[in-house]
Design a protein around this ligand. Structure first.
Ligand code: FES
Length: 74
């Protein structure tokens, strides 16, 4: 298993990290001001939160919302 993007919108986490670096966006909803992603199944949200926390953009296992809880209303 290799997870490196929001599959519903085909937006790579790497691109989202660049957007975060460029804009200072520090949450899923802040990133959504700049890119369309994460508005269907939302399974990518925990990965995006992990990416924002650690800089990691590619994942080899499932990350659940319990592991990376939202600190915001999404
Ligand atoms: S994978 Fe991102 S909304 Fe479905």
């Amino acid at each position: 298993m290799h997870i490196d993007r929001c599959y519903c919108f085909q937006v790579r986490f790497e691109e989202l990290r660049r957007v975060a670096d460029d804009t200072g966006a520090d949450s899923v909803s802040a990133l959504q001001q700049h890119r369309a992603f994460g508005k269907k199944c939302a399974l990518c949200h925990p990965y995006v939160r992990r990416m924002l926390r650690t800089g990691q953009t590619s994942f080899d296992r499932i990350i659940t919302a319990e592991e990376e809880p939202a600190d915001e209303a999404v």
